[in-house]
Write a protein that binds this ligand. Structure first.
Ligand SMILES: Cc1ncc(COP(=O)(O)O)c(C=O)c1O
Length: 371
């Protein structure tokens, strides 16, 4: 059984065909339409479509002023792109430990990591669970810092104090890789509240070209981080079915939760609390401490079930150890969680029978004891 599987259908085919027939494959009308509809869906003031979540993080960090020698405080329990984006600007990602319940950056640990060189906070809504934004916003206000939210895994999530994740006005970055809640194959979106930031991101995704400038006149450094109209058409069709796809993931999560409740030592994703709502992306369990995780992955594969260690701690990756001298023991909560986390097959169309098969296999593997 695969880990992930996108939902695609006639609407996607139709949308892409229309773009192909129009002959305008990039910088056409679908770009603005996708941005407008995405922003409206979240009730975010503005949005900029980009070629990936990583590209969005890079441009958003530039927009809030991160540059040479700055520090960006972020979570070590994330996909590597959230930390890499700071390094693209010759800034340094400064990690702080995570909250054991939500697995998101712990605001107190983040506060302790702030130095005079800190320029921005980069909280990650990991596994679609909302980060504690009110705490980060007051921290940023106290220290005069920018905020970029990594919402790549969090489409459909909502904060307890009201807004959807991505609609607080801070630049927030979504990812549309094939395993995400909404996919354009590759792609991303930055939602934001500042028209000035939008203008900058729109220009920098297109080689630094200002909208009112003549052909090939560029007034700043830029990149090719454009999202094609083909991808935007896919995204528009996916937005139309987003409610159904999110409901499918939430249903699957509920079935997993029921089937796995009470298994000794197994920790499940934290339930929603204080009005925060998860946008379901993956179903990640933490194995009991006595189970050797990589052995469990092999044993599940032997039973026809794909699973993945997810996520490894960023600071312990070889590049980060070599470049910044990180060592085990620096962020104990993150390291413990990263050593035990396992993503199970999870996609909108997964059936009750498939979930039962996964859970039977997992129960059998855990009952076999240390592997
Ligand atoms: C938390 C997080 N940040 C950043 C990214 C990067 O997104 P992309 O793969 O679209 O560049 C991802 C996606 O994989 C992610 O899960």
């Amino acid at each position: 059984m695969p880990l992930a599987r996108p939902v695609l259908g006639e609407a996607e085919e139709q949308g892409v065909l229309e773009v192909l027939r129009s002959g305008q494959l990039s910088l056409g009308p679908r770009l603005e339409e996708f941005e407008r509809r995405f922003a409206a869906r979240l009730r975010a003031p503005l949005a900029c479509a980009v070629s990936s979540g990583t590209a969005g993080l890079h441009l958003a960090l530039r927009a809030v002023g991160v540059s040479d020698g700055d520090e960006v405080v972020t979570s070590p329990f994330s996909f590597v792109a959230s930390a890499n984006a700071a390094i693209y600007e010759r800034a340094r990602p400064i990690f702080a430990d995570i909250d054991r319940r939500t697995l998101n950056l712990d605001p107190e640990a983040a506060a302790a990591a702030i130095t005079p060189r800190t320029r921005a906070l980069l909280p990650v809504h990991i596994f679609g669970y909302p980060a504690e934004m009110p705490a980060f916003e007051s921290l940023a206000a106290r220290h005069g810092l920018g905020i970029v939210e990594d919402a790549c895994e969090a489409l459909g999530a909502r904060h307890g104090d009201g807004p959807a994740v991505g609609a607080r006005g801070n630049p927030a970055v979504f990812g549309f890789y094939a395993n995400k809640q909404l996919t354009t194959g590759e792609g991303g979106m930055v939602t934001l509240g500042s028209a000035e930031h939008k203008q900058r991101i729109d220009s920098e995704r297109n080689q630094g070209r200002a909208p009112d400038m003549g052909w090939l006149d560029h007034d700043r450094l830029g990149f090719n981080y454009r999202l094609s109209d083909i991808a935007c058409a896919l995204g528009i069709a996916q937005l139309e079915r987003l409610d159904g796809m999110l409901a499918g993931r939430a249903r699957a999560a509920g079935l997993y939760r029921e089937a796995l409740a009470g298994l000794e030592g197994l920790e499940l994703p934290c339930p929603d609390s204080a009005g925060d709502e998860r946008g379901w992306f993956v179903f990640v369990v933490q194995l009991p401490a006595w189970v050797e995780r990589d052995g469990a992955v092999g044993a599940l594969a032997g039973r026809g079930i794909q699973s993945k260690p997810y996520l490894p701690a960023i600071h312990l990756m070889s590049f980060y150890r070599e470049r910044f001298g990180h060592r085990p023991g620096e962020f104990p909560v993150c390291e413990d969680v990263a050593a035990r986390s396992l993503a199970l097959p999870f996609f909108p169309g997964i059936t009750e029978g498939q979930i039962e098969r996964v859970c039977d296999a997992l129960r059998a593997v855990l009952a076999d004891g240390p592997t």
